[in-house]
Design a protein around this ligand. Sequence first.
Ligand code: ISL
Length: 532
Amino acid sequence: MADGLKWPLSSIVYHIYPRSLKDSSSDGIGDLRGIEEKLDYLLELGINAIWISPIYTSPMADFGYDVADYRDIDQMFGKMKDFDNLIKKAHDKGIKLMMDYVPNHTSSQHIWFKEASSSKNNPKRDWYIWADPKADGSAPNNWKSVFGGSAWHLDSKTNQYYLHSFYKDQPDLNWRNSDLEKAMLDVLRFWLDKGVDGFRVDAVDWVYKDPLFRDEPRNPNTLEGKHSEYDHILHTRTFGLKETISVMKKIVKVVKEYENTFIVAEAHLDLQAIIERYVSIGWRWYQPFNFSLINLPWKAEIHKQYIDEYDKALGDLYIPCYVLGNHDQHRVGTRIGVKQARIAAMLQMTLRGLPFIYYGEEIGMTDNHISAEQVQDPYEILSPKLGLGRDPERTPMQWDDSKYAGFSDSKPWLPINPNYTSVNVKSEEKDDKSMLSLYKLLIKLKKTNPVLHEGKYIALPHPADNVLAFMREKGESKILVLLNFDDKTKKISLPFKSAKIICDDTLTDKPGTILDLTDFNLEGNEGYILQI
Ligand code: ISL
């Protein structure tokens, strides 16, 4: 049974946004053969699991998160035989493969929705969420779509509104209907039978909403022009309902029927709620995504408080999860600067648990500027100029300094970041101090150093303002991690007279060099992993 498995305890997951990793068909969009071509690169990096954002048949209104057929591959990405090939090749190389599972909504082009919207009496009508207009013809209530505007769209043929928590072309499914629930759980089995090793579950907190369709209260803390329309409302009736746990349990129950599987599910929640998810779902191989390294202000004190509490609450029973970026978030190098991105990588790779690396993070890719004419993301189109658009963090992977950065032979679907001439895999492979070299070393340490791999997390007091220090400990072996979250030099004094360097942020200090930390100047943006 599943409980013998170990891979989530010893892995690093690489998150592939498939449109942007590698184009093998010269249409400017990444694809499955492109991913296959890059497996050796991932292996060399030290990755042993990949999660691929949706590759299912889709009209791409939300770039794959609008699924028109859960059981097929979009022709843009290849054919089912390309997928079969990819999973086989990945497994042969010891790389696990996780799919994206999108339970909240389908595309409006899904056959289920076509049937459901054909008439009020169609047997699939109740697979989606419908409501009558108000007397004046307006939407049933004040619920908003995440991307902007009302969450309701009028279907003129049947004169009812359907609910869409995201884009209007992404109608929400009705998980209160048992036939729908069964059909969706069978989707998991379809891919598990093909040998996938797990799933990343999309937007699960939106799956259940108030069946009485009551209005949501206004958020008193938001400002016009600063926050989106969606954020002006408090989502007490459409997000994180108690049924979220029951649906996760059902999903987990199916996944658990298969050996060696794992599930990570989006969880835009505070620490207490994240812990509650772990505990109430209770399966060791389930993990709520922890977005704290993305969302919390980049201050050592704030992160320490979170990590201390999170690590303690999970103990040895559950696997901590750390992530610095994804396809919905501005890149870490843009959020906190490229120097601090090195500190963030050192933090992520030295903490306990399972790290996720968003493609390009390992070479220090940053957001690209997207001009008004280049915008693709519906979020930017519907909620413009608030910095919410997600195109900047989805630009093509920078492989080399040739035209189109070695991503494609044709003009890519999003513009390549002009920094690709220096920020690219090929040149960083030759530079033993590059971000890529740092990642390779950190990944290797994380996987092979027994203290970093299995040791306990020991919280330490702050050695100076905005400096984080903690230890990892296994038996007699101890590793100290010292990270300056600031760009200013900090004077520190720790009771370690001879701390041996394993790794520093710029890879300039010789491993093995001894530091006296009793009276030490930690430079701005400097970080150390030290044997003590
Ligand atoms: O995009 C966000 C913030 O920039 C998130 O709030 C996001 O809407 C939320 O995490 C749900 O996202 C997921 O489902 C969406 C899809 O657009 C995202 O790409 C996906 O990660 C709808 O399927």
